[in-house]
Design a protein around this ligand. Sequence first.
Ligand code: URA
Length: 247
Amino acid sequence: MDKKTDNAKQDLIRLQKYLADQGIASRRAAERLIAEGAVQVNGKTVTEMGTKIDPSRDRVKVNGELLGGTQRMRYILLNKPAGYICSVQDERGRRTVMDLIPEVSERVYPVGRLDYNTSGLLLLTNDGALTHQLLHPSHEVEKTYLAEVEGFLPRGAVEKLCRGVQLSDGLTAPAKARVLRRKEASTLVEICIHEGRNRQVRRMMEAVGHPVLHLRRIGEGFLDLQGLAPGQWRELSAEEVRRLKNL
Ligand code: URA
């Protein structure tokens, strides 16, 4: 199961993460399932925690039930409003993105996260392999944001954003940034990044001295929000799914 060529190695994923991505259990509960001998990979019971699998090839069963095999694959494009949390449940009782897609009965999960106060484009799917592919650092797809930031953002700060800024978790990769509108009290910036660090745009703007007032994701790869009002969602077309898989 993990003896593939070097090229394929980057597509391997830890078994407990795969189970969590498939919506079987939290990562910790998935580890318990593995330890208890409830998980089989290609017909063999696996109890070792470091085991990695290739979701596109390996057949994983939990308590005898094949994962990813029978349920309908869903690919949802949501225009998330601010004020919703990107998780399935919130211990503080806040609204979650799941509240916006009550018609979807399959267990879909957000592909990455938008902060509670960030709005815009969010993909949700039950396709664990695609989630893994889209979030993998070597594939990280370009994401475009509109950020309204505090104050008058000077050219030097835009150049810094483009070159990369030093954050607590290291230098950011070069971004594309351009000012769309400058006012005395705020500046509207379009910024494209292809990393997926926690609160990355907010932290980048803080690092150049202009904290974010409003943040909206308007694009991910070739996808945009055309035709979707805040709170609305649509299913991706088969062609869009194919293009995503080929990104
Ligand atoms: N960057 C952020 O700071 N927040 C998001 O929600 C997404 C990207």
